[in-house]
Design a protein around this ligand. Structure first.
Ligand code: HEM
Length: 400
């Protein structure tokens, strides 16, 4: 038996958050399980190992927190999610309610409305005549705008205060890492943002027919308790906005920097969904999250001891050459299904098809209007302990 590989690089350090690939490759080479000494945690990065670990909810629980803090031994300093940080049986009812609400019926209902919203937004940004050139920022003009508009309306939120949505989940997703300078930078606003969100999880802040109101209606039917309802609404605030913002930014960045793939997509717009999933595989906007070992859990030739925190490297698994041919290539010929960018198993993203629909609407609207795309200046990253995020992607588009 070989000894457990020990890596002393901080996965939440500025260097890794700026460029995660050297650490990911080191983890993939090291084996199915490594130890990250900077935080005294275990790491799983190979595709097969991540897949198996996410499936094993009995061995790797979420209920002790999907961040670095171990709420089995530490008093929670932040509010736990009653969805993503709950294990069965507590997870079952909230998950069922969300799966029902965000399922195929909602997608059918929202499709025409979101297509119209995407065309309107893209039309405003691409204000020019055919053959002219337009410059815009794919992050601030489109990616950051669309989810608050589309999902905010679907949720049944008032217009006022939507500017709090992205800072709230930015802070929350940073808080899954250590209390580093990224968490400190968001801390002064955290109380205000959390209060704003909790106020908007209340029934009287939400329209009756929106997703939020329907969660409360599910409580009236006894599918969840009335005490659970605000927590279930809150899970949409936490997980439904920034994740998609940076996935939309990722797919736009991928298409802007791969002109041949853009040409292909324009010729065959039905590739929009493949393009989105391939971008989620290629860029993994949600890079990592934690589980906690329940009992001693074997991984490969080694064991994760009871109570230890394990970091799942979705980004590394999505680029593991044991699973993907030419993994670093963004390629619309590939079948990206099976990527773990939305997680896997019991907690696999319950909003993934809504995210896909948002992307399909935007990409379709862009493909109708834009002949060629290029970077107008280098993109700028926004660092986050969980997200692979963008601050800005300046784009130059020639209109069709
Ligand atoms: C769970 C990623 C969009 C709601 C997750 C998980 C991942 C993820 C990786 C699993 C976390 C874990 O296993 O601990 C993403 C990405 C998105 C996206 C990359 C965009 C491309 C959305 C949207 C919504 C949403 C649009 C809601 C409208 C949720 C919820 C959970 C979740 C409620 C918790 C599910 C559970 O624990 O059963 N997401 N998500 N997500 N996501 Fe998403």
């Amino acid at each position: 038996m070989t000894s457990l590989p020990v890596i002393d690089i901080d996965p939440f350090g500025t260097e890794v958050l700026t460029d995660p690939y050297p650490l990911e490759r080191a983890l993939l080479d090291a084996g199915p399980l490594s130890y990250l000494s900077a935080h005294g945690i275990y790491a799983v990065a190979r595709y097969d190992a991540v897949y198996a670990a996410l499936r094993n909810w009995q061995g790797f629980q979420s209920g002790a927190g999907v961040g670095l803090s171990n709420f089995r031994t530490e008093k929670p300093w932040r509010q736990l999610s009653i969805v993503v940080e709950a294990d069965p049986p507590h997870h079952d009812a909230p998950r069922r309610v969300l799966a029902n609400l965000l399922g195929p019926r909602a997608q059918r209902r929202l499709r025409a409305e979101w297509m119209a919203k995407a065309h309107k937004m893209v039309g405003k940004v691409l204000d020019g005549t055919p053959g002219s050139t337009v410059e815009f920022d794919a992050v601030t003009a489109i990616a950051e705008k669309f989810p608050p508009r589309a999902v905010g309306d679907a949720l049944g939120l008032p217009e006022e205060g939507r500017e709090n949505l992205l800072p709230f989940s930015d802070f929350l997703l940073n808080a899954f890492g250590p209390r580093n300078e990224l968490v400190a930078a968001g801390a002064p606003h955290a109380k205000f943002l959390t209060t704003w969100v909790m106020e908007h999880c209340r029934r009287d802040a939400l329209t009756e027919d929106g997703l939020g109101g329907q969660i409360w209606a599910a409580a009236d039917r006894g599918e969840i308790t009335h005490e659970q309802a605000p927590g279930v609404v809150r899970s949409l605030f936490a997980a439904g906005f920034n994740t998609t913002v940076h996935a939309l930014a990722a797919v736009m960045h991928a298409l802007v920097t791969h002109p041949e793939q853009w040409a292909r997509l324009r010729a065959e717009p039905s590739l929009a969904r493949i393009a989105f999933d391939e971008a989620v595989r290629w860029a993994s906007p949600v890079q990592t999250f934690f589980r906690t070992a329940v009992g001693d859990v074997p991984v490969g030739d080694h064991v994760v001891p009871d109570g230890a925190k394990v970091l799942m490297f979705l980004g590394a698994a999505n680029r593991d050459p044991r699973r993907w041919a030419d993994p670093e290539k963004f390629d619309l010929s590939r079948d990206p299904s099976g990527h773990v960018g939305f997680g896997f198993g019991l907690h696999q993203c319950v909003g993934q098809n809504l995210a896909r629909l948002e992307a399909e609407c935007l990409i379709t609207a862009l493909a109708e209007r834009v002949e060629t795309l290029e970077l107008a200046a280098p993109g700028e990253r926004r660092l986050n302990n969980t997200l692979r995020a963008w601050h800005s992607i300046p784009v130059r588009a020639r209109l069709a």
